[in-house]
Ligand binder design. Structure first.
Ligand SMILES: [Zn+2]
Length: 316
């Protein structure tokens, strides 16, 4: 009863006030909590994984309904953290608006989605550390211009939806809670092999304990090729786990025996967070299952969901 009263007191975002529920594969559902933001600004510096250039990123509180977006230093252009602004890129997720571009956003976006930060501008933009930064800043409900809280909505999947390429796929099945299951198969690298992991990443504690600490990984024998292609210029044994085909892990210990597979969930959460708009949840309410998928397939899946969601809004 208390929950229902709290929900009734809260404002609905503009799109939801006119919403008619149709027989679509996706519909909207009001969440138990309002939209959130961070309670104070927080800043972190580091080296870009692919660019190798040092960067400072500052997160600041935002009003309800603003959603997440990047603003580069000395630039007025806002780049929304949206699937509509994803540019095709190798081994990472890049957002572009006109000439403004920000690369390798997936780990930060994953931390924001997993920590429940719905509204936040990200300044000077170039995941355990991001989660720690968010915890340091604090989390609070976001208010609109009138000082009111705004309801957060999630997209609910009602029938199986999927994309695939060869034997890789990303799929969503109807499920009452947001659950993610990822599988990888590196049978040529015996120390990694075939791994599966499943969790509920929108539960903040689950995300911060089971997913956020998992680091990006690469195959030692592929490092030279990637470096020569201009990638992983900032990669090192300090920020990635490296596995050799012949001799196993080069820089143990792992944080989890299935750390590579958990990192795939971290990436998927980050890439699907780009479905978020106006402070609503990015991850749909569904059982999301991905096997041998990467950023490009994640983006194709997110685009497909976005197309259905846009149609849903068009039926208002
Ligand atoms: Zn990653």
């Amino acid at each position: 009863m208390i929950l229902r009263q709290a929900l009734a007191r809260r404002k609905s975002p503009a799109f939801a006030r006119n919403l008619t529920i149709s027989k679509s594969p996706i519909s909207w559902q009001q969440d138990e909590r309002p939209q959130q933001t961070i309670a104070s600004a927080v800043e972190r510096s580091g080296v870009g994984l692919h660019s190798g250039v040092s960067a400072t990123v500052r997160l600041i509180p935002a009003r309800a309904g603003e959603g997440r977006y990047f603003v580069k230093a000395g630039d007025e252009v806002k780049i929304p953290a949206s699937i509509d602004h994803v540019e095709e890129s190798v081994l990472c997720t890049t957002l572009r608006r006109g000439s403004a571009k920000v690369s390798t956003v997936e780990h930060l976006m994953s931390a924001l989605e997993g920590s429940g930060i719905d509204n936040v501008p990200i300044l000077d933009g170039s995941s355990r550390e991001w989660v720690e930064a968010i915890e340091e800043a604090g989390i609070c409900s976001a208010k609109d211009d009138s000082g009111d809280e705004i309801s957060r909505f999630s997209a609910v999947v009602h029938e199986p939806l999927y994309v695939w390429k060869n034997d890789s796929f990303v799929a969503a099945f109807p499920h009452p809670k947001t659950r993610v299951t990822c599988g990888i198969d590196f049978s040529q690298v015996s120390a990694i092999g075939c791994q599966w992991f499943s969790c509920f990443p929108t539960i903040q504690h689950t995300y911060s304990q089971e997913i956020a600490p998992s680091r990006t990984f690469c195959i030692f024998e592929e490092v030279d090729g990637l470096r020569n292609a201009g990638l992983i210029q900032g990669g090192s044994v300090d920020n990635a786990i490296v596995c050799s085909i012949s001799s196993g892990w080069i820089n143990p210990p792992l944080r989890f025996p299935d750390e590579p597979c958990r990192h795939k969930i971290l990436d998927l959460v980050g890439d699907l967070s780009l479905l978020a708009e106006n402070g609503n949840q990015g991850l749909p309410v569904a059982h999301l299952v991905a096997y041998k998928a990467g950023h490009a397939l994640h983006a194709r899946f997110a685009s497909m969901l976005r197309d259905i969601m846009v149609k849903l809004k068009g039926e208002v």
